[in-house]
Ligand binder design. Structure first.
Ligand code: ATP
Length: 354
C-alpha cells in the first residue's frame, strides 16, 4: 500500500503544456479518480506517477520517497491498461501466474498465490481454460488477476472499462470497487465519466486544460464546486447558472433576482460586477406564490423524478422534482431557491465566492 504525493508537477511536450503545476496527495488505500474531459492531461498525470513519462518539473513521492526520475519497474506499481493484453494461447492460471514466474517465484508457491487471487475474483472454475474463448467479463477478471497477483503498492488504471457497453460497465465498476474494498490497495483511476468518478471514488481530482480545478471527496465537489467548470462538469443535468450584475460582500450577500431577494449566507469573498449564481436542479422548487417567475417550456419524465425546464428573465433553469407534482408546458409559475445551497461565482474568473 502506498501514499502518493504530486508536488508542483508540470509536463510540457515541446511548446505545449499538457499539465500545469499540480499538487495533490493520494492517501494510502484510497480509490482515487483523475477526472476531466478529453485532452485535459489526466493520462499524462497518471503516466508520470507510474514512471512512464518524466515530469518537466516538480516532484513525485511514493511513501515519502522521491521517485520522479525513477523508471516504472522500480516503483512497485501495477498498470491496468484499457486494452487488457492477455496471452491467448495460455490458460487462465498461467496468464495470472506469468508475472510471478517471470520474477523467479517457485511454481508451487505461484500456484498457491494464483488460487488465492482466483478465489477473490470468483474465477477458480475457469483456471484451466484458455483465455481465447472467455467472455469479456472473465477476460477482465483475468487481467485484473494478473495485475493484483504481485501485491503491488498501487494500481494505476486508465479508463479500464472504457470499451464496455453501459450495463456491463456498471457491473464491472461495482466489482472493481468491491475488490478494492477487500484489498485496500491504493488505486488511481482515470476517467472522463463524472458519474463513474462520483460512484467509485473516495477522492476526485477534476482537471481541465492541464489545470487541477478541484481536489476532494465526491460530495464536497458536488456541493461546493470551486469553479464554474467543476459545477458544470459534475452532475446531470448540470448546475443551473444565472448571470447578473451584483455586489457580493464577505459574510453574507443579498442577491436580487428581478423582484426576489435571496440572502446567501457564508460568502467567502467579496466581488462586484458580473456574478454567476449556480444552483443544482434538485435544490429548486416550484411554488406559485414565489416572487421569482418562469414559464415551463419542457418536462422530462424520469420515473420517480422529472426534470422541468423553465424560461426566466435570467435564462433557462432546470428543476428536478417529484413526478407526482404537476408541471404543464406553458404554465407560468414561481420558483424558490434554498439560499444554503446556492453557489456564487465570479463570472470572469469562474472562481467560487462561497
Ligand atoms: P484522453 O481522455 O483523451 O486521453 P487526457 O485527459 O488523458 O485525454 P492526455 O492524454 O494526458 O489527456 O493529453 C493531454 C494533452 O497532451 C493532449 O492535448 C495531448 O494531445 C497532449 N499529449 C499527450 N501526450 C503527448 C505526447 N507524447 N506528445 C505531444 N503531446 C502529447
Amino acid at each position: 500500500m502506498a501514499q502518493i504525493r504530486i508536488e508542483n508537477v508540470r509536463k510540457e511536450f515541446g511548446a505545449f503544456t499538457a499539465v500545469q503545476s499540480s499538487t495533490f496527495t493520494i492517501e494510502d488505500g484510497e480509490f482515487f479518480m483523475l477526472l476531466g474531459p478529453s485532452g485535459c492531461g489526466k493520462t499524462t498525470t497518471l503516466r508520470m506517477m507510474a514512471g512512464l513519462e518524466l515530469p518537466t518539473s516538480g516532484e513525485i513521492f511514493i511513501d515519502g520517497e522521491e521517485v520522479g526520475m525513477k523508471p516504472a519497474r522500480q516503483r512497485d506499481i501495477a498498470f491496468v491498461f484499457q486494452m487488457f493484453a492477455l496471452y491467448p494461447h495460455l490458460n487462465v492460471g498461467k496468464n495470472i501466474s506469468y508475472p510471478l514466474i517471470s520474477q523467479g517465484m517457485a511454481k508451487l508457491e505461484a500456484k498457491k498465490k494464483v488460487h488465492e487471487i482466483a478465489e477473490i475474483l470468483g474465477i477458480t472454475d475457469i483456471l484451466d481454460k484458455r483465455v481465447g474463448g472467455l467472455s469479456g467479463g472473465d477476460r477482465q477478471r483475468v487481467a485484473l488477476g494478473r495485475a493484483i497477483v504481485r501485491d503491488p503498492k498501487a494500481f494505476f488504471m486508465d479508463e479500464p472499462l472504457g470499451a464496455l457497453d453501459a450495463e456491463f460497465r456498471e457491473h464491472m465498476s461495482e466489482e472493481l470497487r468491491a475488490l478494492h474494498n477487500r484489498m485496500n490497495a491504493t488505486t488511481v483511476y482515470v476517467t472522463h465519466d463524472q458519474l463513474e468518478a462520483m460512484q467509485m471514488g473516495d477522492k476526485i481530482v477534476v482537471m481541465n486544460h492541464g489545470v487541477v480545478e478541484q481536489f476532494g471527496a465526491p460530495q464536497d465537489i458536488y456541493d461546493w464546486p470551486a469553479t464554474k467548470f467543476v459545477a458544470q462538469f459534475i452532475g446531470s443535468p448540470p448546475m443551473n447558472f444565472l448571470d447578473f450584475d451584483a455586489s457580493v460582500s464577505e459574510g453574507s450577500t443579498a442577491v436580487t433576482l428581478e423582484s426576489a431577494s435571496i440572502e446567501v449566507p457564508e460568502t467567502r469573498e467579496g466581488a462586484s460586477g458580473a456574478i454567476t449564481l449556480g444552483v443544482r436542479p434538485e435544490h429548486l422548487s416550484l411554488d406559485d406564490s414565489a416572487a421569482y417567475r418562469g414559464r415551463i417550456t419542457a418536462t422530462e419524465y424520469l420515473g420517480t423524478t422529472q426534470i422541468v425546464t423553465l424560461d426566466t428573465a435570467n435564462g433557462e433553469l432546470k428543476v428536478r422534482m417529484s413526478s407526482e407534482e404537476d408541471a404543464r408546458v406553458g404554465d407560468q409559475t414561481g420558483i424558490t431557491f434554498d439560499p444554503r445551497t446556492i453557489s456564487l461565482f465570479n463570472s470572469d474568473t469562474g472562481q467560487a465566492l462561497r
